[in-house]
Write a protein of this length. Structure first.
Length: 467
């Protein structure tokens, strides 16, 4: 087993004893710990944060949640987590995806969680995807001689205790409590400041019940909204729709009549109208860029799955598409009503991407996004199939009316987890849901493969954000 030459040179120079064990080349930190046969609390993880002063390396056990409210109080600074490709340049000389907790080597300030003071054998990235470094807690403390120590994390037991409760318990975390909106803690029914249903959405929804002349009516609605009209033409010109000469698509009518069709135009227009109604930041795991990409992929895959189901199940592919497109509308409403709290949630997710999103939502907000999204769908009198998909798309045991739409979105999201897209924390496909849909795993994987083969075209479509 080899480790990064840069890391080896540094560790050898410190004169501290260390060993190496095999590391799984891929997987989440909990999966890497499981394969290595070590407890997650003994495997370290690194979170990089920055402000105008400097970059800070936060080091904590892999099974704990980093609490921003505690960390920022501890340092007296307002730090922002680095996300995605932003992290790569800070670990020069290391293989992609590895983050050795060696702040001095990489020229960073460091904050280490006090839970690592307990006597134990610790393990951390070596800069190589092939090996982990093992070191005693005592020697690691020596290694962190210039770092600051403090308590800024919580165990997963705290999150698991909160999961499934109706409100956030007052005694769990004073810091989290301070950031939890009181109206959310009392329940979603207490929220009164609902935005009105956009006029464009109202007019588009009305076409569902009036089949006669609805294509012409949709043309007129879209043409009256310059932003939406421009997007419809952009969509029709997207490589996803494989037009031989996209440059000839210059009118809304042609885009709808000859490329997109009524259902696709209507569904995309609904998603775009809602995205532009609820203004949220573009970046981060809960930013509009990530949400729109996730929504488009989920919509296409849910529709693809619906098309291969037996006739006796027969969910409508266009409704499955819409369910996938809008299943995370709760985030948009949260961002609209509580921008400060959603900003905080976005930060938590950047720093705790290995944790189930629903648990982090419960910890930060006291409620989960499916509740909020379903409440909005009901208030706006959206189709019941859509409300079911929004409310129950994370629930394996949901079997009530319109369960097929919620189940299709769940299966689509579990499949997308394999592509690193979305908010599911597992790619397991429940056999009970597959059976109820009349779907087998091979069919599901083939549908995913068809979507994956068109990822370049889909990504081009995703870049056309609601404006």
């Amino acid at each position: 087993m080899a480790l990064s030459g840069k890391v080896k040179e540094y560790l050898d120079r410190q004169g501290l004893a260390y060993g190496l064990i095999a590391r799984a080349a891929e997987g989440t930190l909990p999966q890497i710990a499981e394969v290595a046969g070590i407890m997650p609390r003994r495997l370290l993880r690194v979170v990089l944060l920055r402000d105008v002063e400097a970059v800070v390396m936060a080091i904590l056990p892999s099974d704990r949640i980093l609490d921003f409210s505690l960390l920022c109080q501890l340092l007296g600074r307002d730090l922002e987590p680095l996300y995605g490709d932003e992290i790569v340049p800070f670990f020069t000389g290391c293989e992609l995806g590895t983050r050795p907790p060696l702040p001095e080597l990489f020229g960073m300030q460091a904050l280490v969680d006090e839970s690592l003071l307990e006597p134990d054998e610790l393990y951390f990235d070596s800069g190589s995807c092939a090996a982990l470094v093992s070191m005693t807690s005592k020697d690691f403390q020596i290694l962190m001689g210039n770092a600051r120590w403090g308590r800024f994390s919580h165990t997963l037991e705290v999150l698991q205790l909160l999961h499934g409760q109706a409100t956030l318990s007052e005694h769990i975390s004073d810091a989290a409590d301070r950031y939890t909106p009181k109206r959310l803690k009392k329940g979603i029914e207490a929220i009164k400041e609902l935005p009105t249903l956009p006029a464009t959405v109202q007019h588009i929804l009305a076409l569902r019940d009036n089949p006669a002349g609805r294509v012409e009516a949709l043309n007129q609605i879209v043409e009256r909204d310059p932003s939406l009209a421009a997007q419809v033409i952009h969509w029709a010109r997207s490589p996803f729709y494989s037009q031989p000469d996209p440059g000839t698509i210059y009118s809304v009518q042609y885009a709808i009549d000859h490329v997109l069709g009524f259902d696709t135009t209507m569904n995309l227009a609904l998603g775009a109208a809602m995205g532009s109604t609820f203004r949220i930041p573009l970046e981060g795991p809960l930013g509009l860029t990530a949400l729109w990409r996730h929504s488009i992929y989920c919509a296409v895959l849910a529709s693809e799955l619906a098309n291969v189901l037996p006739e006796d199940v027969s969910p409508r592919p266009e409704m499955a598409y819409l369910g996938g497109l809008l299943h995370n509308v709760g985030y948009l409403l949260l961002g609209y009503l509580f921008p400060a709290q959603c900003f905080l949630l976005n930060r938590f997710m950047m720093a705790n991407a290995h944790l189930p999103l629903q648990l982090v939502e419960r910890y930060v907000l006291g409620i989960e996004h499916p509740y909020i999204g379903a409440w909005l769908m009901q208030a706006w009198q959206m189709p019941e199939e859509l409300t079911a998909a929004v409310r129950w798309h994370h629930q394996e045991d949901y079997s009530q009316p319109y369960a097929e739409y919620a189940n299709l979105v769940l299966i689509a999201n579990r499949l997308l987890h394999r592509l690193g897209i979305g908010d599911e924390d597992t790619d397991h496909l429940p056999t009970t849901i597959l059976s109820s849909l009349g779907l087998d795993e091979e069919q599901a994987l083939m549908a995913l493969e068809r979507v994956f083969q068109r990822r370049a075209e889909l990504d081009a479509l995703c870049r056309i954000l609601p404006t």
